[in-house]
Design a protein around this ligand. Sequence first.
Ligand SMILES: [Zn+2]
Ligand SMILES: [Zn+2]
Length: 230
Amino acid sequence: MKFLSILEYLYTKACASCSKPVQSHGAFLCPDCYLKLNPRMGPFCIRCGEKIPRGEICGSCLTKPQFYTGISIFEYEGSARKLITSGKYGLKRWVFSSMGDFLADIASIIEWDYIIGVPVTDVAWRKRGFSHTDIVAKRIAANLQRRNRFLDDCFRKRDSQPQAGLTKSERLSLTSAAFIQRKSIPQGRILIIDDVITTGTTLRAFSKALKKAGAQDTAFLTFAKTEHTN
Ligand SMILES: [Zn+2]
Ligand SMILES: [Zn+2]
């Protein structure tokens, strides 16, 4: 076996969606499953990434924007959903490394000073042994030669939010208190990375926690997003 063939053999992985063998070079899906990724179709609000009928900014971002920009690439269905669940529950770190490689180009068009993954809870950390969002964020920073801009281990998500002193509406939605700060963060614009957005409440609460801790502004980039109607 030639040296390159051995390398190829060693680095052949299974498709994160259907488990067929995939050659390396950063691929995490086989060609068939790549075709089953559904890019989200706009127009989108440039601040929060929600689909809007027309224009550039949605009604709620016109009055109270939480992010200076927000981008989610794929619909959370088909291959995108399968690869995220197989990465998280199958404990496959490489799925998230590949996701970071994939997202790096898009992250390069957003202006940011620091990059951070949405924090996971200690329980999730212990169960998986890693923070999948940190893997993605760190890999993006490495791809863009900005390793020193990755904010590591600055926050943890609480397993449950303290209820005392919260109003009824605060109890129904996450607040910045859902996160425990462990280290100080530098001033600047912070790009938040997550694998998927569902309701957006976690991202918004984390953005609030970052701003409370001194961040100048926040943006986000996620691989996928579920569509929901309010
Ligand atoms: Zn596949
Ligand atoms: Zn918006």
